[in-house]
Each structure stands twice: as structure tokens, then as C-alpha cells.
Design a protein around this ligand. Sequence first.
Ligand code: HEM
Length: 401
Amino acid sequence: MFELNEPLAKLDVSDVSRFADQSILSLFAFLRSHEPVHFCESSPHGAYWSISRFSDIVSIEADPKRFSSRSGFTLADIDSDFKHRSILSSDGQDHLRQRRAIAPLMTVDGINALEVTVKKAAVEILDSVPLDKPFDWVERVSIALTGRMLATMMGAPHSDFQKLIHWSHIASIIPGPNADLGSFEEKDRLLEDCYRYFLARRDISVASPLSLNFVSLLAHMKREMEVDEYLSTIIILIVGGNETTRNSISASVVFFDQFPEQRDLFYNHPELMESGISEIIRYQTPLIYMRRTATEDVEIGEKTIKKGDKVVMWYLSGNRDEDAISQPDEFIINRMRAGRHLSFGFGPHRCIGRRLAEMQIRVLWEEIIRRKWIIQPTGNTERTVSNFINGFNKLEVIIRN
Ligand code: HEM
């Protein structure tokens, strides 16, 4: 039974140490039943509300007029003089314009075209890993596959994928007093090469016919994007298309080892591929939260959220809410309505890359199942220490076949 050892008002849910050892899951269960709309008076990023129930998260996501994305989608504020307005930190027409521009790569035809590349990459990567000998799955498989895919989506040469991975790592850090980076300015400095690289690629794309990659699609928008807007959306695409899918791939190996009867079902019933992949993504919840800012006073769960307050929607908690999902702490690949989870968010900002992510995970697992491999973690595992990215830095495994 979970016991809270501090006054509720002093509780900072975002404290990273709770995420490193996963004790956050018990705290979320406590909050859902005792304080589903919780106010933290003070944290390294100031005061904020924590929303832990599935239904409250959905209502907030569906109400972008009263819960805006413009001041930032993480706990860290975007400075008022900071001009970056990415797809994720914009509302209304600004948001729609960017979303429409990148949509062609997310259509059925766009995804089918990318599937050929993913399939080829998956075969080559799996051919290259050792059998019966330990190796790091994160580096050799999860990063290798999503990195190659990222280069393709960006229209960059495959040989540049290590650079993209490096920038993605820096871009995924949320600046703040207790973080590896102190400020957005410092982060910008570390990303200067990345900015130069993508501005050069945009110049090349403008001078070439439109092709199906993100840089070309953004370069050929009807109304040219401001440089800041272009670069900040590139950053979202790098992180969105990489860290999240990578961590789902690593997590799937861990879950199938923890739940071998689910692995047997998955291997023997191809018709469960779709629901199984949704369940992997729900159970892992690769992005732990998104934030909004109230544009007026709003009542939720008998609490009044004041205009200007930060509101954190904890997807990791909503995905374990017993009122919305039955047996939420179990990993069950043949769930009814398995796609009804919050890992991709909800409402106007719902992840536009979700089909692409699911396709990559599916293609990889189809190839693993074809080889009849059983992948066993050795226990030499390192989790990512973050309250935003739920993942693995290292996952040593042995493949038995
Ligand atoms: C398992 C993998 C993935 C997860 C868990 C994930 C999760 C999310 C979440 C939670 C959001 C915010 C939703 C909201 O605020 O309601 C989001 C937005 C977004 N994601 Fe993903 N994502 C994944 C894969 C991808 C991929 C492969 C791409 C492709 C590049 C991508 C591109 C984006 C973009 C561009 C947005 C912003 C959409 C908008 O603001 O309208 N994501 N994603």
C-alpha cells in the first residue's frame, strides 16, 4: 500500500528520481484515487497542476482554446522573446498550417513507400547481430533501425544518421535547473551545427522538385516558413520520429520477456499484430506527459485552474487508469480496443507519426518472428533518467534460436 510521506501541496510529482525506479506508478495510482487534479506550489520549473485521470486528460486535450500549447509543451517555459513556434507549441491556424504541410508523408501511400526502406533496414540489422552472445539491443537494433528511418524521413543521406541521433539526444533534453542543460540558449548553442545542416538541406530542397521527405515538404510550403518556425519543427520531427519509436522497440523486448505467455500468443497469432503493437505502446508510454497552459480560469475535478497556470497531463498515469482500461497494469496483447490509449495524445495535436511508428515496430517484429528468435535481456539494463522520455539507454540481450 502506497503511503505519501509529505504534505500533498509540497509534492512535486515531476521529481525525476521517482521515474528512474518506476515508483512513480504507485504515486500515480494514489493520485488518481485521492487527488486526481493536484497542484504543486513549487518545483524547479515553478508551480503546476498534475492531471492523472484518463478522462480529465482527454477533456483538456480536446479543449485547445482554454488549454493552449503556445507557452510550451514541457514543464520548461518557452521564453516570451523566444520566437520558436514549432508544430507542437502552436495553436489554431499556425498549428494547422504546419500539420498540413507534413501530412503527405503520413498518408497510406507515404507510409507504404517508407515500409520498403524499413523492411530492408530491419533485415540488414538483424542479419548483423550475434546469436547466443550478449550485445546491446538499444544500440545495435533500436537506434540503428529508427536512425536509418529518420535519415530517410528527413531526406538526408544514410551516412548522416549518427549525427541525427546525436542531435536528437540533445534536443530531447528539457532545459532546467536540475537538467543536463541549464537553458534554451545553451541548448541552441549545442544545436548550432544541426540548425546549419538543416538550413543547408532546405536550400538544396528549394532548388529541387518536391519529394516525399519532411525537409522537402516544409521547403515547398505555399507560404515560406520563418527560419525559427522551420528549425523548431525540424527538432520536433527529429525527436518525435526517433526517441519514441526507439524506446517502444526496446520496451517490447522487455515486455515479451516478462510476459512469455503473451510472447507465445504474439508469435503464433499474426492477427494479433496490430493490437499487440498498440499494447506495447500503451504499456511503455514513451512520452510521459505533455503540458498545456490555461487561457482562462477553468474548473476541473472541483479545483479551479487559474488563467496562466501550467497543466501537466500525465499520459503514463492515464494509461494505467482502471476506470478507462481494464487490468491496466497487465500487458495483454489481445485487448479489445487496444488502440484506446493516451501514448499518442489526443485532440488536435495527436501524434501525426503514429502509423509510421506502428509500421516500424510491426516490420521489425515480423522479421524477428520469421526467424523464430527468443530475445532474452541479461539484466544489464540502463533506464533513461527523465520525467519526459520513458526509455532505455542500454538493454543487453542474448538471442536464442
Ligand atoms: C511510439 C512512437 C511515438 C509516440 C509514443 C509519440 C507520441 C507523441 C505525442 C504524445 C505527441 C503529442 C500529442 C498531444 O499533444 O496530444 C506527439 C506529437 C507529434 N509526433 Fe509523435 N510519437 C511517436 C512517433 C512519432 C513519429 C514516428 C513521428 C514522425 C516523425 C512523430 C511525429 C510527431 C509530430 C510531428 C507531432 C506533433 C503533432 C502536432 O502538434 O500536431 N511521432 N507524438
